[in-house]
Write a protein that binds this ligand. Structure first.
Ligand code: ADP
Ligand code: ZN
Length: 433
């Protein structure tokens, strides 16, 4: 279902006109209210009135995560602090946390984006939405919650963790839509199967909306089979809004970017030049409807490709591909660029191993080493040593051919890799730089 056809299916011409008007207003607001951004614009010699067309966005300076850290906590607010009604923050796993202030308008904008995502997965007021993203500073829990509430659905605010209780509620209340990370969905799905529960009979889920971490097409198939659902991707980041910045429709062919609220660009991360649709690069977002802490040309470090070909669903917005990696997640192993998502694709396609893995990188005698620890499935675990060895060799060969590096493959017993209720930790890099 299309939640707001008048906005989601707007003609490209009308959309561009709307984007320009909103961009100009946001730039003027930032220039007036945020001294740090005014200084950056002055340094580049650009004034708000220089933004005459959408393409002029490229004259604006970029914003980075470091700006949020340097001006922590409220140095980037464009609204008086008394207008801020919410603070959300990033997990801070990569350093000092960042916080973002939201006005009521910003909470509403974010909610609208999530409602669109849920509706695109077929959710409506008759649905029961089980939210097992964490509630708190992390945007996942509250984001999904607000979006589902605005749709009029029944929300079960489970938050993360306690898998047995999640499954009990899912079963007893008859949840139809699941919102969590793809890694946690896999864990839920496997546990449901181990308990002998049958999707379609004991479990009534019809759709899952999974985000906050990268996942693969193979993982989609796995989740759809495990849970008997349509598994859809949702993307977002705290700095811009939270989940819902972009979402998949049932065509499952890229995530529609909510372009009436954000302008999306893809740039070459080295030259910082904008790239045409179809060329992979780093995603850059500009918020055009936020008033609390607007972001102009925010560099995400996420890598993907934009697609502006029409989508059969009728939405006219540009779609972004899955995130294939982060510029700061990329491992350089013996000179080869390796993304954890490439290894995941290999693992998910191999029978006998579960999509739970850990990459350990080290440096021995000045040469990089990669060890891939991957769990065997219960079935495979009880197989003969030679069968297990065959799986190990197959993984090693496939990784060598797909990723281009030699890896040591260690098969570990089922459930031995720590499960995360939030974002999965996939890489441990022991190298000293
Ligand atoms: P943190 O910096 O603590 O991870 P966020 O929760 O705001 O903070 O995370 C945003 C990041 O999560 C994105 O920049 C992206 O790297 C990742 N992410 C979010 N959704 C997806 C998704 N659907 N696919 C891949 N990565 C995603
Ligand atoms: Zn579509």
């Amino acid at each position: 279902m299309i939640y707001q056809p008048e906005k989601e299916c707007i003609s490209r011409e009308q959309l561009r006109a709307l984007q320009l008007k909103r961009l100009q207003a946001t730039v003027a607001l930032e220039y007036k209210q945020v001294p740090m951004y005014r200084a950056m614009m002055d340094q580049k010699g650009v004034k708000p009135e220089d933004i005459r067309t959408l393409e002029d966005i490229r004259f604006l300076p970029f914003m980075n995560k470091t700006d949020l850290r340097d001006y922590y906590p409220f140095g980037l607010l464009a609204a008086p602090q008394s207008d801020i009604v919410r603070v959300q923050g990033s997990s801070g796993t990569t350093g000092k946390p960042i916080v973002v202030g939201y006005t009521q308008n910003d909470v509403d904008v974010w909610t609208e984006m999530v409602s669109r995502a849920l509706a695109a997965a077929g959710a409506g007021r008759d649905d029961i939405v089980q939210v097992c993203y964490g509630y708190g500073l992390f945007t996942g829990g509250l984001g999904a919650h607000q979006g589902a509430s605005a749709l009029g659905a029944m929300v079960i605010p489970m938050s993360a963790g306690n898998t047995q209780r999640q499954i009990m509620m899912m079963r007893d209340l008859g949840s139809t839509v699941l919102c969590c990370t793809p890694s946690y969905a896999t864990y839920l799905g496997e546990t449901i199967r181990e308990m002998g529960l049958v999707p379609g009979k004991d479990i009534r889920l019809k759709a899952g909306i999974f985000g906050a971490e990268p996942w693969s097409e193979e993982m989609r198939q796995r989740l759809e089979e495990l849970l008997g659902i349509d598994a859809l991707d949702i993307y977002g980041l705290t700095e811009i809004a939270g989940p819902g910045v972009a979402f998949e429709c049932l065509e499952k062919h890229g995530m529609h970017v909510n372009e009436d609220h954000v302008i999306v660009e893809v740039i070459d991360p080295v030259t910082e030049q904008p790239l045409p649709y179809g060329t992979p690069g780093e995603l850059v977002f500009t918020t055009i409807t936020k008033t609390g802490q607007p972001m102009l040309r925010y560099r995400t470090h996420d890598i993907c490709t934009l697609d502006d070909t029409p989508c059969p669903c009728g939405r006219t917005t540009v779609r972004m591909s899955r995130i294939t990696g982060r510029t700061d997640d990329m491992l350089v192993i013996r000179g080869v660029n390796v993304f954890p998502s490439q290894i995941e694709s290999v693992l998910v396609s191999i029978h006998g191993v579960a999509p739970h893995y850990l990459l350990e990188v080290d440096r021995v005698n000045s040469a990089d080493t990669l060890e891939v620890k991957v769990e065997l499935t219960e079935d495979m675990f009880s197989d003969t040593v030679s069968q297990i060895e065959a799986v190990r060799q197959l993984i090693a060969e496939q990784i060598k051919s797909v990723v281009g590096v030699q890896a040591k493959i260690t098969l570990v017993p089922p459930r031995s890799i720590p499960r995360s209720e939030g974002k999965a930790k996939r890489v441990i890099d022991h190298r000293k730089y």
